[in-house]
Design a binder for this molecule. Structure first.
Ligand SMILES: [Zn+2]
Length: 66
């Protein structure tokens, strides 16, 4: 089956019998990323982790009025 990368719109062939294809058919995975984009995202995440900024985004700011 053919799947389109959500980031670069590149269409790739996924094996019908693969787990990914099954997930995509059942809509458990709504998004597909090609290897190139996944690598890029992984690197960005690693960079963020290295800089320690990843944690900041996850922390909730306290409401100053309470
Ligand atoms: Zn892509």
């Amino acid at each position: 089956m053919k799947v389109k990368c959500i980031l670069c719109d590149q269409v790739e062939e996924v094996e019908e019998t693969s787990l990914l294809a099954k997930k995509l058919r059942k809509r458990r995975v709504m998004t597909y990323m090609c290897d190139t984009c996944r690598d890029r995202i992984d690197k960005k995440t690693e960079e963020r982790l290295a800089k320690g900024k990843y944690r900041e985004y996850r922390e909730k700011k306290k409401d100053p009025y309470i």
